[in-house]
Design a protein around this ligand. Sequence first.
Ligand code: FES
Ligand code: FES
Length: 161
Amino acid sequence: MTAIHFTLNGEDRSVDVPPEMRLIDLLRENLDVTASKKACGIGRCGACMVLRNGTPANACLLMMWQVEGTDIITPEGLDAVPESTFVRQGLIEENAFQCGYCAPGFTITLTALLRETDDPGEAEIREALGGNLCRCTGYHSIIRGAVRAVTLKAANALPGD
Ligand code: FES
Ligand code: FES
């Protein structure tokens, strides 16, 4: 066991875990933080996506020793990231999801994109979402929702923009 210290959704956390334990397992099995899903478990689908120091990362590939000292935001913590408001609103307006299993991961990725890029076009959106799969294959509505999120952000410039 190793003591790991990190920030989870704005709170300091300290856990005693095997260093090779995967973050997604800690979140879902030990901490009851379940919005990030475990699907493929091998970094192919994006269902487990979290923000690690502001960058999207697959929690199924992150071992706990890699989490030491980092800032982790899961879908539960997205209220602290202003851009997520536009992402969620855009996805809702376009009825982007069917079962919604993939939705948390898509929301994490798109929130990071809107933080990093002022006015991403459809090509940039599609590239950013390359690591997110939707088993219901509703990609057209997801892309429409993402484009709508960009429009909403442009119409509601954030403080400091
Ligand atoms: S569960 Fe992590 S990428 Fe699929
Ligand atoms: S909406 Fe069902 S997996 Fe994406």
